[in-house]
Design a protein around this ligand. Structure first.
Ligand code: TSB
Ligand code: ZN
Length: 583
C-alpha cells in the first residue's frame, strides 16, 4: 500500500489538509488549541486540546463539512517568517506553541508560520498554494492521545485523516481500508470465538477461548514435532525469576522499562519474566558439556510478560502476556554458520507450510562507528556478520540490511510482516549472542581439554503463538488450513425428522477417527445453517438428505466453493486425511 509520508506530493497535500482540518476546528470550536499535526504513513493526524469537549466519530462529518467550505472558498496559503521573539509574541497565549517554539534549535533563527484567511499555524512547510487543493479527503477516526505521549500529561484528542489528489485514489484507498477492517484479526477473532479480553483481567491480556486453544495446541504440536526432529530438547521453567537472575543476565539494567514491576515474597524479590534466556542459561549450566555435545538446543513454549504501552497493545498481535515459541541454541564458534542455516531453513519451511509469501528478512548489523552501543570485539562482529550474510546468500534468501539495528550482544535476523492494520511487526527472529553465556559463566570442554564459552542463538520461529495466530488469521481471512481449523466438518441434516439418524452415524464415524466435527441439529432452515457454516469458516459442510441416506454417501461443500460434491464416505475420509497433513 502507498506510504503517504514517503510520497513527496502526497506528503505536502496531507500536511496542508491537517492545517485545513485545524482551521475548520477553530471555526467550530474557537477555544481549540493545537499541538502537533504530522503526516504519517497512512495520512495525517492532529492532536487537539478542546478543553472538556470530547469528540466522537459523529463529529467528524461536521468538521469535514466545514473543511469543504473553506476548501471551496479557495483561500491562499501564505508563508510568514518570524524571529523567535516575534513567534513567541504572536503565540504567547498558546502554551502548546510556546512549548514548541522554545524547543526549537538556537540555529532556527527564522521560524515559519502558515496563514490561510483567519487561521495561522506554526509550521516548517511547504504547503499547497491554496485551500482548494485539498478536495478529496476523509476524516477517519478520533482517539485520545496524551500530550507528548506521556500518561501523566493531559489527554488531547487526535483526529486522523487522509487526502488524495484524485477522487478515484481516495475511493480506492477507502475500499482498501474497509477490506483491511474485515481482515483485522481482532474482528475475525471475535467472529470465530478465538479470543476475548476482559477489563478484570487487564489490558493486553487476551483469554484464548476453546476455538483459539485448538489452534494454539495444533501450532504447538506442529512446531514441537519439527523441533524434536532437529534435536531440540524441550523444558518447562517458571514464568518468574528473582531480580538477581535478571541482574546477572543484564536485563535489569537494559530491559527494565519493558518489565512488570517486581514483587516481594518472604525475603525474595521476584519479577515476571520478559524473556526466557536466563532460565535456559541455568538449564545449560546444570550439566557439564563437551565440545562433542554441542549444539545443545533448549526449547520451551514459554509464557513471558512485558510492559507494552497501553496505546500499543493490540488483539493477539501485541500483548502483555505472551507465549514464545522459544529456543536457545548453544554452539561452538565454528558451528554458528551451520546452526544459523538450520534456523533460517526451518523458518522457510514453516512459512512454506502456511503458504506465507508476504514477508521480508531484515539482517540487523552493528554500526562499526558506534563503539558505545556495541560491545567491542571487531573481529567477532566481522566474522559473525559475514557468516550470517554467507548463509543467507547460500540459501538464496532475499534480505535487506539494517546498519545500527543489531542488539548490543550480536547481530540478528528478523522476519518482518505487515498486519491488516498498523505498522510492520516482527514475527520470527534469530539473534546471535556472545555475551549472555559469559555473564552466566557457561562453558564446554574443548578438544584440548580447555574450557571455552559457547555462543548462543536465541530464536523464535513463530515469534509468539499470539502474534503468529494474529498474523495467519489475517493472511487467511479466518479460513485456516484444515488441520488447524477449530471445527473441521459441520454436518447439516436436510431434515431432522428423516436424516438425523444417518447424520449422527456419520458424525460418530468422523469423530471416532479424530476429526473435529459438529452436528447442526437445530430446528433452523437449511439455507440459514449453511450460511452460518460459511460465516464460521468451517472447511467442509456436509449436507445429508435422502439421496445420501439411500446411497450411503455424503455430499459436501468446501469453503470458498459453490459446488456440492457427492462421494462415498470412504472417499471423503481419504480426502480429509490428506488435508489433515500439516505439510
Ligand atoms: C527469541 N530472547 C529472545 C528469544 O530467545 C527474545 O525474547 N526475542 S524478542 O524479544 O525478539 O521476542 C521474540 C518474539 O516475540 C518477537 O520476534 C516477536 O515475534 C514476539 N513478540 C515480542 N513482543 C511481543 C508482544 N508484545 N506481543 C506478542 N508478541 C511479541
Ligand atoms: Zn532469548
Amino acid at each position: 500500500m502507498i506510504n503517504i509520508k514517503e510520497d513527496e506530493k502526497l506528503n505536502i497535500l496531507n500536511h496542508s489538509c491537517a492545517h485545513l482540518m485545524a482551521h475548520a476546528i477553530k471555526h467550530l470550536y474557537p477555544n481549540a488549541k493545537f499541538w502537533v499535526g504530522p503526516v504519517i504513513e497512512s495520512g495525517f493526524y492532529y492532536d487537539i486540546d478542546l478543553g472538556d469537549t470530547v469528540l466522537t466519530e459523529e463529529d467528524l462529518p461536521i468538521i469535514a463539512q466545514e473543511m469543504k467550505k473553506i476548501s471551496k472558498s479557495d483561500k491562499l496559503i501564505k508563508r510568514i517568517e518570524l524571529s523567535k521573539a516575534e513567534a513567541l509574541d504572536m503565540f504567547k497565549d498558546d502554551l502548546y506553541k510556546v512549548d514548541l517554539i522554545n524547543r526549537m534549535d538556537e540555529s532556527d533563527t527564522i521560524i515559519s508560520a502558515y496563514k490561510q484567511d483567519d487561521f495561522i499555524d506554526l509550521c516548517r512547510g511547504p504547503h499547497m498554494p491554496t485551500t482548494k487543493s485539498m478536495k478529496y479527503f476523509k476524516l477517519l477516526k478520533v482517539s485520545g492521545a496524551y500530550w507528548k505521549g506521556d500518561s501523566k500529561n493531559k489527554m488531547l484528542q487526535r483526529i486522523y485523516g487522509v487526502c488524495f489528489e484524485k477522487e478515484e485514489d481516495l475511493n480506492n484507498y477507502l475500499e482498501y481500508l474497509e477490506e483491511a477492517k474485515l481482515r483485522d484479526h481482532r474482528k475475525i477473532g471475535k467472529d470465530l470465538d478465538i479470543f476475548m479480553t476482559h477489563d478484570l483481567v487487564g489490558k493486553g491480556m487476551p483469554l484464548w477461548l476453546p476455538n483459539g486453544a485448538i489452534i494454539r495446541k495444533n501450532l504447538e504440536n506442529y512446531i514441537y514435532e519439527k523441533e524434536k526432529n532437529m534435536g531440540y530438547m524441550h523444558v518447562y521453567t517458571p514464568c518468574v525469576g528473582t531480580v538477581d537472575l535478571y541482574k546477572t543476565s543484564g536485563h535489569w539494567d537494559h530491559y527494565k522499562e519493558n518489565m512488570f514491576p517486581s514483587m516481594k515474597v518472604d525475603e525474595e524479590e521476584f519479577v515476571l519474566r520478559p524473556m526466557n534466556c536466563p532460565h535456559h542459561m541455568l538449564v545449560y549450566g546444570n550439566q557439564l558439556h563437551s565440545y562433542r555435545d554441542l549444539p545443545v538446543r533448549i526449547g520451551e513454549f514459554a509464557t513471558d510478560f512485558r510492559y507494552e504501552a497501553s496505546g500499543a497493545v493490540k488483539g493477539l498481535e501485541r500483548v502483555r502476556c505472551m507465549c514464545q515459541n522459544d529456543a536457545h541454541l548453544f554452539v561452538r564458534p565454528d558451528q554458528i554458520g551451520e546452526e544459523f542455516k538450520k534456523v533460517v531453513s526451518l523458518i522457510l519451511d514453516v512459512y512454506n507450510d502456511f503458504g506465507l509469501k508476504d514477508y521480508k528478512f531484515r539482517l540487523s548489523l552493528r554500526d562499526p562507528e558506534d563503539k558505545e552501543k556495541y560491545f567491542d570485539d571487531d573481529e567477532m562482529w566481522d566474522s559473525a556478520e559475514s557468516k550470517l550474510r554467507e548463509v543467507l546468500n547460500e540459501l538464496g534468501v532475499e534480505y535487506f540490511e539494517a546498519i545500527g539495528e543489531a542488539a548490543f550482544y550480536g547481530p540478528k535476523l528478523d522476519v518482518e510482516v505487515k498486519p491488516a492494520v498498523g505498522p510492520e511487526v516482527t514475527l520470527s527472529t534469530c539473534q546471535l549472542d556472545f555475551l549472555l553465556p559469559r555473564r552466566f559463566g557457561l562453558t564446554y570442554i574443548d578438544k584440548d581439554g580447555s574450557k571455552q564459552t559457547p555462543v548462543v542463538l536465541h530464536r523464535a520461529i513463530f515469534g509468539t503463538f499470539d502474534r503468529f495466530t494474529a498474523f495467519i488469521l489475517e493472511e487467511t481471512k479466518g479460513i485456516l488450513p484444515f488441520w488447524l481449523s477449530p471445527v473441521q466438518i459441520n454436518i447439516i441434516p436436510v431434515n431432522n425428522k428423516y436424516h438425523l439418524e444417518y447424520s449422527e452415524k456419520i458424525y460418530n464415524e468422523l469423530k471416532n477417527k479424530g476429526f473435529r466435527v459438529q452436528l447442526d441439529d437445530r430446528d433452523e432452515k437449511l439455507g440459514y445453517k449453511m450460511r452460518e457454516s460459511v460465516m464460521k469458516k468451517v472447511p467442509y459442510t456436509l449436507i445429508l438428505g435422502q439421496k445420501e441416506v439411500d446411497d450411503n454417501t455424503i455430499s459436501y461443500r468446501k469453503i470458498k466453493s459453490e459446488d456440492t460434491i457427492n462421494i462415498s464416505v470412504d472417499e471423503f475420509i481419504k480426502l480429509i486425511n490428506e488435508e489433515n497433513k500439516t505439510s
